[in-house]
Ligand binder design. Structure first.
Ligand code: H79
Length: 584
């Protein structure tokens, strides 16, 4: 080790110690629950597990695959309770299940907590319920309380443990919500279901399974005050337990939830979590090949952390009790990345910057300065990483992988970090920048040039595509130096641009697009004022033309956001190079 490297290592260690001491005081406060939420905010990354008797047939019912997401099979195929018992409950025998290996995988991936479906909407208890024999010990050939095994193992391996419990939908109990297909059910009231099943089961889960850190409700529906109170009060059985916002309508819980979707910005002043399956289905589904790529998964984690949220990534044990190699490989790859880069994730808060062309940023703020973790997705070819708007004095900059020191230079517009030629990681390389004093960042948003026209380029867009995951196809791609929005086959995916203007007024909006099909339609404009537009074929995707979309009114000077959202019924994939706004 050269002396220089040693010095960085030494400073690094000193900083680590200093940070450990001061971290507590300087975590951004979000209110009265700071102490309770501290571990969860630090953790950032958890494993969600959907496991139930639907896995026995991999979501198939008598040779048919009724649903996108296997845990919904009973509902989608309108399976009577008696048939679900024969086809799924009686066949649930996951003899390969080993809690130690399973929890070990979560740990290897760098996950700090695990939340598992104790009971999903099908009503089947994956634990030894004392109030209903419809459970894994009493009703399946397997006869093992898998929740107990996992609870014990998580404690051994220092993984925080939590339960998912479907409190309103229960397609088995005659008072549960959701089952309108099994005509043999002799209905009782929802309150009766709560009294006989939900409340006692929840109480049992919160008293007989050791320390429970999280209770994850799902699909809130209206219920009586009494039912709500009896479910809600049971969480007091575990002091410090964290609950989500899905118990009842308008009940906020401790954190917000985003399902299968990463918000463009984290909600301000709130804790939040994105849950998402690693593949297409939550529960194990035989034919599910929609595994998200390793780059997508790692960049999702980074993206969510850069917005201040947690990532709860779901895996789906099979009917044998194991994960498919597609899942384990991905978890291990995430773990490899975390091994080197986890300091840029754990305990960080969101980015102080707007959109960064090359990737994302997370930060840790201390009394005397801040650490910025620059996650470089697109390694600059000229070796210069420009950090726009950063005015602070730079104490030191280095690569997180190997701690190689990097030169920085400050200019009026920001800081440039000189990078080595090769990216340490193809997916996300972390450049650490330590700055002195309070963060001083000038927001940099695109604004009109002197002639009053404003170009919004493809690489300046925020994409709502879950970081290029397979569920939402829309990518920003580069050809010959220019960026394009492409592969926009999914009408749920959309794009937006933030910018600032000095002069309110009417602006003409045009777009440089290409389109193979006859035409496509979408809505565009400022948030809340979207209007329809249609563009005609350009013959092929490689041929671009500039088309006028119409005019918009911008009433105030300052920051604005322009959106383009596909029209679901009449969308055909178009490529987009840029949007141009011209003052009229
Ligand atoms: O447990 C997972 C889902 O089963 C559950 N929440 C996550 C964490 C969930 N319950 N309801 N919903 C999500 C929203 C409704 C989804 C549906 Fe569908 C759309 C039900 C029927 C169509 C997805 C696609 C599930 C089945 C088919």
């Amino acid at each position: 080790m050269t002396f220089f490297k040693f010095q960085i290592l030494f400073t690094g260690l000193l900083l680590l110690c200093a940070n450990a001491v001061s971290a507590q005081e300087h975590v951004e406060s979000r209110g009265a629950d700071d102490a309770k939420m501290a571990w969860w905010r630090e953790a950032k990354f958890g494993m969600f597990v959907h496991w139930g008797v639907y896995a026995a047939t991999g979501g198939e019912f008598r040779g048919e695959m009724p649903t996108n997401s296997a845990e919904w099979m009973m509902n989608k195929a309108k399976i009577p309770i008696a048939d679900y018992k024969i086809e799924n409950v009686d066949k649930f025998n996951p003899s390969q299940f080993d809690a130690k290996t399973f929890v070990g995988l979560a740990k290897q991936a760098g996950m700090k907590y695990l939340v598992i479906t104790a009971k999903h909407h099908d009503g089947f208890a994956m634990f030894h319920s004392t109030c209903s024999p419809y459970n894994v010990v009493d009703a399946t050939p397997f006869k093992r309380d898998v929740m107990k095994e996992l609870a014990v193992e998580c404690q051994k391996q220092s993984i925080r443990f939590g339960f998912y419990y479907s409190q309103c939908q229960d397609w088995h109990h005659p008072g549960g919500m959701g089952n309108n297909w099994d005509k043999t059910i002799k209905r009782v009231s929802f309150d009766e279901y709560v009294k006989e099943k939900a409340a006692p089961e929840i109480k049992q889960l919160l008293t007989e399974y050791g320390p429970i850190s999280i209770f994850w409700w799902d699909t809130p529906r209206d219920m009586s005050k009494e039912a709500f109170e009896s479910l809600h009060s049971s969480t007091n059985l575990q002091p410090g337990i964290i609950t989500n916002d899905r118990l009842g309508k308008e009940h906020r819980g401790d954190h917000k939830t985003f399902e299968r979707n990463i918000p463009r910005k984290g909600p301000v002043g709130a804790d939040w979590e994105v849950c998402m399956p690693i593949s297409g289905s939550w529960g194990y589904k035989k034919s599910d090949t929609k595994f998200k790529s390793i780059p997508t998964l790692i960049r999702n984690l980074v993206d969510i952390a850069s917005k201040g949220g947690n990532y709860l990534l779901n895996v789906s044990p099979t009917g044998e009790g194991t994960l498919l190699p597609d899942a384990t490989e991905r978890l291990q790859a995430m773990g490899q990345w975390m091994k080197i880069n986890s300091a840029s994730i754990y305990g960080t808060t969101g980015s102080p910057f707007g959109k960064l062309d090359w990737g994302r940023c997370t930060k840790k703020a201390y009394a005397k300065g801040s650490t910025l973790y620059l996650h470089v997705f697109d390694w600059p070819e000229d070796g210069k990483l420009f950090v726009p708007g950063l005015n602070n004095e730079i104490e030191q900059a280095y690569l997180l992988d190997g701690w190689q020191a990097l030169e920085t230079s400050s200019t009026d517009g920001g800081v440039t970090v000189a990078l080595p030629e090769e990216a340490p990681d193809e997916i996300a390389s972390v450049v650490v920048v330590e700055v002195h004093g309070k963060l001083d960042i000038t927001p940099v948003l695109p604004k009109p040039s002197k002639d009053g026209s404003l170009e919004l380029l493809a690489d300046m867009a925020y994409l709502h595509n879950n970081e290029g995951s397979e569920d939402l196809s829309l990518l920003e791609e580069k050809h010959g130096g220019d960026s394009y929005l492409s592969r926009w086959s999914d009408a749920e995916a959309w794009a937006e641009w933030s910018f600032t203007i000095d002069k309110p007024g009417t602006y003409e909006v045009s777009a440089e697009v290409s389109l193979k099909e006859k035409k496509t339609s979408f809505r565009f404009g400022l948030q809340g004022q979207l209007q329809s537009a249609e563009v005609e074929s350009t013959g092929k995707l490689s041929k671009y033309t500039e088309t006028s979309l119409g005019t918009i009114e911008i009433e105030k000077a300052g920051e604005h956001t322009l959106l383009i959202k596909p029209e679901k019924e009449s969308w055909n994939p178009m490529n987009l190079k840029k949007i141009v706004l011209k003052a009229q």
